[in-house]
Design a binder for this molecule. Structure first.
Ligand code: FES
Length: 371
C-alpha cells in the first residue's frame, strides 16, 4: 500500500504489535464483502489510535502456516480520543486464504490477532478541497479519510470518483450515501459502473487515463485541489496518476495505495544504486526495537526473510511489496528491490527500502527498522 509520508512523519512511530481483539459485528456489505468491527479494550486504546487511511494486519495460523493480510480501516478516526472500535472492509478474493476465512467463519464473539494500525496513505484534516479516485475495495480507506475530513473540518470539501463493476458489487453504498445526505454542499460523488448499463445519474464504462483527463477538469478545479487520493487496482491508480500529472498536478499532492497488483507490471524503484549482481556472500545487520544483530543472507532470500529467521518480531504483512509494513532505513550498503508498490519516490530517495523485496548487492548491508 502506498502513501504520502515524509520520513519525519514516520520517525518515532511505535513498532506495530499484534493483540487479540474481539469481533463485535460482522456486516455483510455485498455478496462478496463484509465489514468486521473489533472492540478495543481500554488498556489498548492508545496503541490503536489511527490516522484516517491506515490499515490493520490480521494474522491467523492454519495448518501450521501463518497468514497475514492487511485490511483498511473504514471508520472515521475519532478527533480527541483513542478509538473504542475499529471497522475494516474485507473483500472476498478468489482462493484467498484469509478473506475466505473471514467470509465463512468469522463470527461475533471471535477473537482475532490484530496488528496496531500502520500505513502512510493518510490525510491530516485541514481546510481545502480534496479528491479521490477509487476502484472497488479502494473505497475502504478513502471512506475513513472523507468522513474524518468532513466531520472535523467545516471548511473542507471532498470529491469522490468511484469505479465499480455493478451497483450490487459496490461496497459501502449506504455509508457513502449518508455522506451525501449529511454534507450535500461539501461532498461530491461520481460513480462509474463498468459492467452495468447507464442508469439515471450513473455513468458507465471504464475509468482510464483518457476518461479521467476529460472528466476531472469538468468536475472540480483541478489546480486548487490540495490532495488527491488514488486507491484501487494498479491499472486504475496508474491511469489516474498519469491523468493528473498530464493536467499539471504536482507529484507531492498525489497519494497512492495499490490494492491489487496482478494487472500491471511491477514498478521497481532501486534504492541507493550499487552493484547489480548479488555478491557470493553477504551479511545483513539490522536494528529492531533498539536491538541489533548481524546474520548471513541465504541464497535468494529477501532481507526480511533473513531478519525473520533470527528476529520473528520483524514487521511485515503482505510480503508482496504492497503494504509498506516492512519499511526500513538503509544505513549502509546497497540493495535491489524486486518491486515496490508501497514507497513514494521521496522515501526511496531518502534511503528507505522494503525489506521484503530487498536483496543485497554489496557484501554488507545495514538496515534500521526503528527509523
Ligand atoms: S511486508 Fe508488505 S511491503 Fe513488505
Amino acid at each position: 500500500m502506498t502513501q504520502e509520508a515524509t520520513p519525519e512523519v514516520a520517525q518515532g512511530t511505535p513498532r506495530a504489535r499484534f493483540h487479540r481483539l474481539r469481533v463485535t459485528a460482522v456486516d455483510r456489505l455485498t455478496d462478496d464483502s463484509v465489514a468486521l468491527t473489533f472492540t478495543v479494550p481500554d488498556e489498548l486504546r492508545e496503541a490503536y489510535r489511527y490516522a484516517p487511511g491506515q490499515h490493520l494486519a490480521l494474522r491467523r495460523t492454519a495448518d501450521g502456516a501463518e497468514i497475514r493480510r492487511t485490511y483498511s480501516i473504514c471508520s472515521a478516526a475519532p478527533a480527541d480520543e483513542a478509538p473504542r472500535l475499529l471497522r475494516v472492509g474485507v473483500r472476498l478474493v478468489d482462493g484467498g486464504a484469509f478473506s475466505t476465512y473471514a467470509h465463512k467463519e468469522i463470527a461475533v464473539g471471535d477473537e482475532l490477532e490484530v496488528m496496531t494500525p500502520a500505513g502512510r496513505f493518510t490525510l491530516d484534516p485541514a481546510p481545502g478541497h480534496y479528491a479521490a479516485v477509487v476502484g472497488g475495495s479502494g473505497i475502504t480507506p478513502v471512506l475513513s479519510i472523507a468522513t474524518t475530513l468532513l466531520e472535523r473540518t467545516p471548511e473542507a470539501r471532498f470529491c469522490l470518483i468511484r469505479s465499480d463493476r455493478t451497483t450490487a458489487s459496490t461496497m459501502f453504498l449506504e455509508e457513502v450515501a449518508d455522506l451525501k445526505d449529511r454534507y450535500a454542499d461539501r461532498f461530491q460523488l461520481v460513480t462509474v459502473l463498468s459492467r452495468e448499463e447507464q442508469q439515471a445519474g450513473l455513468a458507465s464504462g471504464r475509468l482510464d487515463r483518457e476518461r479521467l483527463a476529460e472528466l476531472l477538469p469538468a468536475l472540480l478545479p483541478v489546480e486548487r485541489v490540495a490532495g488527491w487520493f488514488l486507491c484501487g487496482p494498479f491499472g486504475l491508480v496508474q491511469g489516474a496518476e498519469r491523468a493528473l500529472r498530464g493536467l499539471g498536478v504536482r507529484r507531492d499532492r498525489i497519494h497512492e495505495e495499490i490494492f491489487h497488483v496482478d494487472d500491471g507490471p511491477a514498478p521497481v524503484r532501486p534504492a541507493r544504486p550499487g552493484g547489480v549482481s548479488a555478491p557470493a556472500h553477504s551479511t545483513v545487520t539490522a536494528q529492531l526495537d533498539g536491538r541489533s544483530g548481524s546474520w548471513p543472507v541465504q541464497d535468494g532470500e529477501s532481507l526480511l526473510e533473513t531478519v525473520l529467521r533470527n528476529r520473528p518480531d520483524a514487521p511485515y504483512a503482505c510480503k508482496g511489496g504492497v503494504c509498506g509494513t516492512c519499511r526500513a532505513f538503509l544505513v549502509s550498503g546497497s540493495i535491489a528491490m524486486d518491486r515496490n508498490f508501497a514507497l513514494e519516490p521521496e522515501e526511496t530517495e531518502a534511503g528507505y527500502v522494503l525489506a521484503c523485496q530487498s536483496h543485497p548487492t554489496t557484501e554488507k548491508v545495514e538496515l534500521d527498522f526503528d527509523r
